[in-house]
Design a protein around this ligand. Sequence first.
Ligand SMILES: Nc1ncnc2c1ncn2[C@@H]1O[C@H](COP(=O)(O)OP(=O)(O)O)[C@@H](O)[C@H]1O
Ligand SMILES: [Mg+2]
Length: 389
Amino acid sequence: MPSLSEETGGRVPALAPGATIGIVGGGQLGRMMALSAKYMGFHVGTLDPTEDCPTAQVADFQIVADYDDTAAIRELAERSDVLTYEFENVDADALDAVRDRVAIPQGTDLLRVTQNRVAEKTFINDHGISTAPWAPVNSRAELDAALGRIGYPAVLKTAEGGYDGHGQIVLRDASDLEQVWPDEDFPPAILEGFVDFAYEASILVSGNGEDHVTFPVVRNIHCDNILHKTIMPAPMDDGMQERARELAVALAKGFALAGTLAIELFVCADGTLIVNELAPRPHNSGHYTIEACDFDQYDLHVRGICGWPLAQPRTLTPAAVMVNVLGQHVAPTREAIAGHPEWHVHDYGKAEAKRDRKMGHITVLTDDAERTVAELDATGCWADITDRG
Ligand SMILES: Nc1ncnc2c1ncn2[C@@H]1O[C@H](COP(=O)(O)OP(=O)(O)O)[C@@H](O)[C@H]1O
Ligand SMILES: [Mg+2]
């Protein structure tokens, strides 16, 4: 099987508490990484353009600069023993330029593959794992030819830079072609066949360059392409859980993975698992692991990039439900806290509660996920989503 392991290959050299972890990006994922790192006695620095960003509030230092500021990346590298990132649109060349100064155990191939949907789908398929049928398209003529093969319905996505559904056009029939970019603005893109999935799911895998461990498959419910809820476990039998685990480990081995990787899945009614996309970092759908598992996705990310041994994480509860608190949910959820001692409340410390901005999340451990989902919905805090049925 193809592997990118030449550049890292084998266990990451171990770092002792007291070493400094530099995180490119200062959002909530970096904040939760930093919290795990602090428990373990590491120092943390972050690079982010927003002063007092979520990660900076819990880190030892912040470099206030744009993500593509190479002098700032160099400064972070110089002040750190190991460098990581909390989002995938980091300049891989800028990271490569500082590899003589700092360890980057995740490598930059993982970034390059997951930054580009064509490279990502190629990597997944090369490891014998299914995706939606797809074709690279760079012009209207290539789109027409690809639609001839793949057919309607289909999804047209920019190859790079998309998130939360941005940069995507669903093509249900020829009338939707009106929305397609004109040739002069046509970005490198990918056409995917529309998958008629039963539900969406994800699995997290963590590695230290040598060993790889997985978290349970969870079910994800999106609204307007933004994650709304995650339910652990996903409603699948042990055989399907095991198939998901195997594909996650195969991908992790292919990357000689250090740290945490998230794999988004489409689960079809016949039990087929289709990989949608990869995220080379902890993931929104893994927030539940903070309370529901003995080691969470951030602990294992930090341990992995610091070359520590990894145990297969154990789940400490029969089920868990995580629900995102977007800007419009901040006021109602804050009011509801008083009546919900069972809520594990997370707030990312963001200054401004814009609509659809991820401001925090709530996790509930339960032995009956269905009942807990009904109780959360009944609070009315997420009425903008639940009212749609
Ligand atoms: N090929 C597809 N078939 C069906 N639904 C899709 C397909 N691709 C994307 N979607 C839907 O759009 C959402 C966002 O797409 P995704 O590729 O994950 O991009 P993003 O980077 O924005 O998360 C998915 O979670 C899924 O609900
Ligand atoms: Mg996605």
